[in-house]
Design a protein around this ligand. Sequence first.
Ligand SMILES: Nc1nc2c(ncn2[C@@H]2O[C@H](COP(=O)(O)OP(=O)(O)O)[C@@H](O)[C@H]2O)c(=O)[nH]1
Ligand SMILES: [Mg+2]
Length: 394
Amino acid sequence: MAIARPVRALGLAAILMWCFFLYTIVRPGPSIKTSADFKGTVERDPQLDPSGEPGGILVRASDGYAPGIAGTERINATILALVRNEELEGMLQSMQDLERTWNHKFNYPWTFFNDVPFSEEFKRKTRAATKAETRYELIPKEHWDTPSWISDDLYKESVKILEENEIQYADKISYHKMCRWNSGLFYKHPALEHVRYYWRVEPNVHFFCDIDYDVFRYMQDNNKTYGFTITLYDAPKSIPTLWPETAKFIAQHPEYLHPNNAMAWLTDAQRRPVHNEQANGYSTCHFWSNFEIGDMDFWRSQTYEDYFNHLDRAGGFFYERWGDAPVHSIALGLFEDRSKIHWFRDIGYQHIPFFNCPNSDKCKGCITGRFTDGEAWLNKEDCRPNWFKYVGMG
Ligand SMILES: Nc1nc2c(ncn2[C@@H]2O[C@H](COP(=O)(O)OP(=O)(O)O)[C@@H](O)[C@H]2O)c(=O)[nH]1
Ligand SMILES: [Mg+2]
């Protein structure tokens, strides 16, 4: 008996769909693209492990954390943000997330910094976004302006080379100033003179997980200097002489190296050998500093002051595009006890496209950047496996 043509077509379509279905089941999972500059493997991501709060002493919210002078339990700390008036909406989004997940319980003050005065609208809307105190600070010109020893002609020539190497923001002098300020000047602002701990927040970032303890007290009570969520590789051609300058500095001051430093982490050449080569000995792995929880006493130490001044005089904040993230990371990796650096695995955080998404029922709506081939690309840029390898899970 002949089968009608439409029925044959339907049968064929059904077979094709079945084959496609089988393929989706058996096809290989996402794998990291191999390239000359990546020798990594798909390590098991510790974010997949159930993650609760850190061990050690934790202090919970209590009456002592009420807003204003009733907040007797708060320690000497502030949330801080360098931000432009035009970034108000993004700042409000970051504030909403951090207030919802953490600060509405602890009411730490927000300190905003700007190189121009904040607008009334900025002040009014950010004040309305928190019960905590808000402070608005102008950066002194001598902290923001290009220092006298930087040559304008040499800067312009250097920008051309950076642009040939496709370094983003090379021609934006404000970006260079911002990186320098975040590296070695923010903690010298008079408004922070009596403040010790800070949590750095940028506009347009996301926080996903409820945090039920005072993170500043955690830092203090557990003797931690610095906390991070994400580590990434940097563009090596933005920092070709940062490591050589650092090597010169160490040669002048070998006594500054901490006996329990993270030199092996900083100089890893196995995972991304080309990065290490182009950065002249530095892996380029850095704590992603748009999130930082830190103890400013470290930045205020003589060691860091000397290191920053050495780098500042060398000119790379302008003639190259040294970021505050590699500068902070190298200083911490060399001059601090590595056991005092803490991975906040429980703080869900994202600055697009990178994220820290803990596996915990305290986290909601973590955006894991799943775009085309996203996982492989993100894994390649993420150097946390190296931190875990050389230093541990903290
Ligand atoms: N007030 C002010 N803030 C700036 C300036 N440049 C950058 N920032 C802030 O510095 C942070 C980092 O800048 P961003 O442009 O996000 O750099 P990216 O994250 O490296 O792409 C953000 O919080 C910005 O709001 C500036 O010229 N003035
Ligand atoms: Mg940013």
